[in-house]
Design a protein around this ligand. Structure first.
Ligand code: HEC
Length: 118
């Protein structure tokens, strides 16, 4: 659920600079926007699912990390509803922070070769 929907968000906005050309990536049609809204909803619910008994790794910091994913998803949904390209771009960054916040605490812990943020 998480990876393909995060990709939809991250690929939906941006700027591609090539020699002599600047291309602005953004959702344009209602269908494009609906795709972003749906991806945001799935990510919001993925945050909820990660809080379920048997999935949550503890009852403290894990829950905060899962809530951060839920909140990133919900704020992206609002931005997509508002058709706000800049907000989708910026909140896509918050989404990435929510992923990595949990990964640095719980995913990479057994791998000493991973570069840590702190
Ligand atoms: C609440 C914690 C948490 C959040 C939030 C989270 N992840 Fe993860 N993620 C994990 C953990 C823990 C693992 C390692 C699972 C394992 O090795 O069994 C993992 C593994 C992964 C993997 C590797 C899967 C594999 O098959 O090895 C990818 C890719 C990934 N996450 C992407 C994401 C993305 C993208 C987001 C945000 C949109 C995200 N994750 C948000 C906890 C989280």
């Amino acid at each position: 659920m998480v990876i393909p929907n995060a990709q939809v968000i991250w690929k939906s906005t941006g700027t591609i600079y090539t020699l002599g050309k600047v291309e602005e990536i953004q959702p344009r049609t209602d269908e494009d926007w609906l795709n972003v809204e749906q991806a945001a909803t799935v990510l919001t619910e993925a945050g909820n699912l990660l809080m379920m008994e048997g999935r949550a790794k503890d009852t403290g910091p894990w829950m905060e990390r899962a809530r951060a994913l839920r909140e990133a998803g919900a704020s992206l949904h609002q931005a997509a509803k508002a058709r706000d390209v800049a907000a989708v771009f910026e909140r896509g960054g918050h989404l990435f922070d929510a992923c990595q916040g949990c990964h640095f605490a719980y995913r990479y812990e057994k791998d000493p070769n991973i570069i840590r943020s702190h």
